[in-house]
Design a protein around this ligand. Structure first.
Ligand code: HXC
Length: 510
């Protein structure tokens, strides 16, 4: 028996070597960890159970029959993050550049199926050269099998993609269909076609970094939801993120013991709003002061910065925060901000995460560029997402809520459950100056009259009481009690039941 056990150990050791020491060293020299090192950092100590480590490819072309490496370029299995089950696959760049064969794809689809059946998040770590070029259509079929499962798992189990090296061709489309994509600065890039193909087709000369580096996707394209400094920081942040999420849509997000007093008052919030309505203030200060322990996980912090989206906890339970950011473009809604927030609202709704919306928005961004870029459709995405969401929705208007943006930002009329405003709120069709210039256009040459009209408009509308008198707000609250009031509202919504009419699925303006 002993020799059989020894042989098993030998086989395992060979599989663990991947592409061999030299290639692992090359990986380290590029500042990247190996596939297995990444898994061990991501998961709780000793919790990883590997599957399919002896799987080999079936390709015989181009000398591949004599070139087989157990595991075939991807390490798959399950383990725990802070005690909770997750499924994971990690592409091994040291084996055929992490490229995808039919056998490699089958390893991934196997754990996708398990994650879906057993109701646990799936985390994919990418560092790969796309389709296995020697294999052809079997590889393409493998990608499509993965895509199909990404689609079926969407909204059922959280799916997270971590890009830690090159990621091209088929390897970008699977991440694109998952809930979150994170990248590592300087060592990862994502594109459909690489710089060589770009040069041939369009004559543009770009580097890998310029075409698809973390800076591009976390700030310009919005493809990535975040970028971190190195492999270690990235994996630790993923652990932090998973802590906020439920295993699936069949369970509630995890609750954690909180040592932060739910009745905590924050007197400094009474001074947050500047005297001049056009002076910005940092909405993240408000978020920090009302959530448990001031701790929140911001998503897409460098893209569409005029809106902030984050996961946080109140009374130990996960909430999603959507907040206009007056520090950037006065917190206006443009196409990027609308798309960013819409996707997040839908994520929260899929996974039963209550949404807290903090509003200070002067409206939608006017301009030719925005209109040509489809602001109508992009703004409608956010409107649609809020309107269809059935999770608890608590809204606080801190200052401006103008025009269509008032409606959009989780207003009472879009089934906001509990809607509050601070006394500093201004709820109107538009700002006083703009309004007067339209209504009293014929008086524009008379500055005194215009000033008087502007004051009149401001006195009438630059407050929350018109909306409150119509029942569109449930109360006007003191800023210092915001945390307490939101927590009380969330408590009342724990057993909320609301269903949309039956349909196959909706047709959100994509
Ligand atoms: C087979 C591959 C491979 C691939 C890399 N390798 N990509 N083997 N199929 N797709 C192998 C290399 O031959 C090399 O093997 C080893 O992996 C390391 O690759 P290097 O090129 O030495 O590494 P590096 O210089 O870091 O460049 C990484 C890279 C480059 C940028 C990813 O390898 C590359 O451009 N690969 C091809 C990318 C590509 O076009 N893929 C197909 C996309 S089409 P040796 O033994 O020499 O060390 C696609 C279609 C799917 O994916 C569409 C579905 C919708």
């Amino acid at each position: 028996m002993q020799h059989i056990l020894d042989e098993l150990e030998d086989r395992r050791a060979r599989a663990r070597l991947g592409g061999g020491e030299k290639r692992v060293e090359a990986q380290h020299a590029k500042g990247k960890l190996s596939a297995r090192e990444r898994i061990s950092l991501l998961l709780d100590e000793d919790s990883f159970e590997e599957y399919d480590m002896f799987v080999e490819h079936r390709c015989a072309e181009f000398g591949m029959a004599a070139n087989k490496i157990p595991g075939d370029g991807v390490v798959t299995g399950q383990g725990r993050i802070n005690g909770r089950l997750v499924y994971v696959f990690s592409k091994d760049f040291t084996v055929f550049g992490g490229s995808l064969s039919g056998a490699h794809a089958a390893k991934i689809t196997k754990i996708q199926d398990m994650a879906l059946r057993n109701g646990a998040p799936i985390i994919g770590i990418f560092d790969a050269g796309g389709a296995r070029i020697q294999e052809g259509v079997e590889s393409l079929a493998g990608y499509a099998e993965i895509f199909q499962r990404n689609i079926l798992a969407s909204g059922v189990v959280p799916q997270i993609s971590v890009i830690m090296g090159p990621c091209a061709g088929g390897d970008v489309y699977s991440p694109a269909m998952t809930d979150f994509i994170f990248m590592v600065r300087d060592t990862s890039y994502m594109y459909v076609t690489g710089p060589d193909v770009v040069k041939t087709v369009t004559n543009e000369i770009v580097t890998h970094e310029e075409l698809g580096g973390a800076r591009v996707h976390a700030t310009k394209s919005g493809v990535a939801d975040g970028a971190f400094e190195n492999d270690i920081e990235t994996l630790l942040q993923i652990r932090r993120l998973v802590d906020f999420l439920p295993g699936s849509n069949r369970e509630k997000p995890p609750a954690r013991e909180s040592f932060d007093d739910p009745d905590r008052l924050e007197e400094s919030l009474d001074r947050l709003i500047p005297a001049n309505p056009n002076t910005p203030y940092d909405m993240k200060e408000l978020i920090e002061k009302i959530v448990d322990e001031g701790d929140f996980f911001e998503l897409s912090p460098d893209y569409g910065k005029n809106i902030v989206i984050a996961l946080a906890r109140m009374e130990g339970e996960t909430i999603g925060v959507v907040a206009n950011q007056p520090m950037v473009l006065a917190g206006v809604l443009d196409s990027d901000a609308s798309r960013k927030a819409a996707r997040f609202v839908r994520f929260c709704d899929c996974f039963d995460i209550p949404i807290v919306t903090l509003v200070d928005v002067p409206g939608f961004l006017p301009g030719v560029k925005q209109e040509y870029g489809g602001l109508i459709k992009h703004g409608a995405k956010l409107l649609f997402a809020y309107g269809e969401a059935t999770v608890p929705k608590v809204t606080v208007i801190t200052r401006k809520a103008y025009g269509g943006a008032y409606d959009v930002m989780s207003s009472k009329h879009l089934r906001g459950d509990v809607n509050y405003a601070w006394p500093s709120a201004e709820i109107a069709v538009m700002g006083a100056k703009g309004a007067v210039e339209i209504i009293f256009r014929n008086e524009i040459g008379e500055p005194e009259k215009i000033a008087e009209r502007t004051k009149e408009y401001r006195d009438r509308f630059a407050n929350p009481f018109v909306a409150a008198s119509l029942g569109y707000l449930d109360d006007v609250i003191k800023p210092h009690s915001t945390r307490r009031r939101i927590i009380r509202a969330l408590r009342t919504l724990k057993n909320k039941k609301l269903e949309n009419p039956w349909k196959k699925h909706d047709n959100i303006p994509l």
